[in-house]
Design a protein around this ligand. Structure first.
Ligand SMILES: [Fe+2]
Length: 233
């Protein structure tokens, strides 16, 4: 009887000790998280200038929520971690994209790319029918017409092999060019200014268009916020 009582008491004490240890681990973990949370994050996830369902049916609410809330958020988190303690810790985003490589470049490039991308859109029918002002003139002058330009741009986007971007960019003289970039590339690394970029990573369109990237590229023109994009020229 005494042996049974001793065994029961021993088990109780071991369980109590284990619970206490786990509780301490949780508390320590919470303290660490508190420390992390109180430290200011250099880059933050941008606010979308529209509701997540505003781009439907061109881009679904689910795609916008995953693309902005998960994919872009991960780039922001990764970049903040990667630049800690490096020469880029206090640099602005464009400088980081121009001067970094490896993981820092990939995440900084994607942060810059997606900020331009998400800010280029509005509800279908609300963004005008095409470029305006000096951008419209430059497109007509160089590509013959807006329709011709769209075809060249879409062909370039469809031809990007794997994940990447297609960009309309301008040089210092205002000359336009269509730039294909792999992965997180942005025309700023070539000394160009990005005007409009379409994301051709599968995460941008696969839920809505599956493998039909070309169809997605055709539809996306319906949600361009032309006053915003034309102002970038
Ligand atoms: Fe993306």
């Amino acid at each position: 009887m005494l042996n049974i009582m001793t065994t029961i008491i021993s088990c109780f004490l071991v369980t109590l000790l284990s619970f206490s240890t786990n509780l301490n681990a949780v508390n320590n973990s919470n303290n660490n998280n508190d420390n992390k949370n109180t430290k200011a994050m250099k880059f933050e996830l941008m606010q979308l200038p529209y509701a997540t369902n505003a781009l439907e049916p061109v881009i679904s609410q689910q795609t916008v929520e995953l693309h902005h809330g998960k994919h872009l958020n991960t780039y922001v988190t990764n970049l903040n971690k990667l630049i800690e303690g490096t020469k880029f810790e206090n640099a602005d985003l464009i400088t980081i994209v121009k001067e970094s490589d490896g993981g820092i470049f990939n995440n900084a490039g994607q942060l810059l790319n997606h900020e331009l991308y998400f800010n280029s859109f509005t509800t279908p029918g609300q963004g005008g029918n095409g470029p305006t002002g000096a951008l419209a003139e430059a497109i007509n002058s160089q590509y013959g017409s807006f329709e011709n330009f769209k075809k060249e741009f879409n062909d370039a986007g469809a031809a990007v092999f794997g994940s990447g971007w297609v960009w309309l960019a301008k040089d210092a003289n205002g000359k336009l060019s269509i730039e294909k970039e792999p992965n997180g590339g942005n025309p700023v690394t070539k000394g160009l200014t990005p005007i409009l970029g379409f994301d051709v990573w599968e995460h941008a369109y696969y839920l809505d268009y599956q493998n039909r990237r070309a169809d997605h590229l055709t539809e996306i023109w319906k949600i361009i916020n032309w006053p915003v994009v034309s102002e970038r020229y």
